[in-house]
Design a protein around this ligand. Structure first.
Ligand SMILES: *Cc1c(COP(=O)(O)O)cnc(C)c1O
Length: 372
């Protein structure tokens, strides 16, 4: 079945009422006999609940994995994976990943005892050079945040597998509609469902889709029951609802982002546009083979430095200054400001999440903001 069809139907199996919209099971507890035997698959909501299960089935199908675990946020999913790393092991982490993921690796690594090497994951030689006998995990994000770089998933997967390490791909920017890392050799796909999957800036959730690593799955499953970072039934339901329109939303996001990227690339106030759909993007050809389309995220560098970038962001009327991404409304963010004093991001960089407005209106707003 095509992925667009799966997005509409996965996890929507009817229950005894034959309702087409799935029920939200809010119950935290499920009756059992005196010996605490589980009767129909459920005991307690933190161990699993029917609404969360629907979402997990849907995401497993969309990413072509064996199982999925959903969490209360993307960061809870990331923390679960890192907490599962054995003490004394080594993590190879792409240097252009969501800022909080890098902070988490540094802090958890110091506390629970794993070492972290940051690498430019767009260069296979750099990944190869960072691998050591103790490397247990290679973690990349593609497209990456905030530079919208593309890493070669199949190439990195081959290196990771050769070294006996698990490859984690943060696929939040792409979603399974545009990119399916497990088919390219990844072991785990991480999604912040808060972004495109939820799609409406009204739900926080995260997911790990696992392809064929039973040991890792058992560790993560056991850990989630104890650590408790589950997605609530309401959050699970909202993400499931978001999935129903994901394929058509992504098509519009991609088309509009391409139009905005082209307009910005020709704009006199813009120094550089990072969008993999542009023919001069350094990873354009790789993106064209690995992804179905180039996504709805782009970043730009404003000529004249930090003050000009901030002033332009301040003049926007239609695009909103806010963090997060992947929703119906377009967002702009000065990443250096949100990342704080340790930010390695260029001070003139603005990241845009292109929403579902008409691209002509977005281009007009960006034009007036950049002209000043
Ligand atoms: C937002 C984001 C996360 C974290 O997800 P939350 O739901 O905010 O916890 C992880 N990775 C990427 C690429 C993200 O954009």
């Amino acid at each position: 079945m095509r992925i667009e069809t799966l997005a509409v139907h996965a996890g929507a199996e009817p229950d005894e009422t034959r309702a087409l919209a799935p029920p939200i099971h809010l119950s935290t507890t499920f009756e059992h006999p005196p010996d605490s035997r589980e009767l129909d698959g459920y005991l307690y909501s933190r161990y699993g609940n029917p609404t969360q299960d629907r979402l997990e089935r849907a995401l497993t199908a969309l990413d072509g994995g064996d199982r999925c675990l959903v969490y209360g946020s993307g960061m809870a999913a990331a923390a679960a994976l890192m907490t599962a790393l054995p003490r004394g092991s080594h993590l190879v982490l792409a240097d252009d990943t969501y800022f909080s993921v890098r902070t988490l690796a540094r802090e958890l690594g110091a506390r629970i005892g794993f070492e972290v090497s940051l690498v430019d994951a767009t260069r296979l030689e750099a990944v190869r050079g960072a691998l050591r006998p103790g490397t247990r995990c290679v973690w990349i994000e593609t497209p990456s945040n905030p530079h919208i770089r593309i890493a070669d998933i199949a190439g990195v997967a081959e290196l990771a597998r050769g070294a006996g390490a698990v490859l984690v791909v943060d696929g939040t920017f792409a979603t399974p509609i545009l990119q399916r890392p497990i088919a390219l050799g990844a072991h785990v796909v991480l999604h912040s469902c808060t972004k495109y999957m939820g799609g409406h800036s009204d739900v926080q959730a995260g997911a790990l889709v696992i392809g064929g690593d039973a040991e890792l799955l058992a560790t993560l499953g056991g850990q989630r029951m104890l650590h408790g970072a589950v997605a609530s039934p309401m959050s699970s339901w909202l993400v499931l609802r978001g999935l129903r329109t994901l394929a058509c939303r992504m098509e519009w996001h991609c088309r509009s982002a391409a139009a905005v990227a082209e307009a910005l690339a020709a704009h006199p106030a813009v120094e550089q546009v990072n969008y993999p759909g542009l023919a001069d993007h350094p990873h354009h050809r790789l993106a064209a083979t690995q992804m179905k389309a180039f996504g709805g995220m782009l970043s730009l560098r404003v000529r004249g430095g930090r003050a000009r970038a901030l002033a332009a962001a301040g003049r926007l009327r239609l695009l909103r200054n806010a963090t997060s991404l992947g929703s119906t409304e377009s967002l702009c963010e000065h990443r250096e400001s949100v990342e704080g004093p340790d930010s390695p991001t260029e001070p003139d960089l603005l990241r845009l999440s292109i929403g579902l407005e008409h691209p002509d209106d977005l281009i007009a707003d960006l034009d007036q903001a950049l002209r000043g």
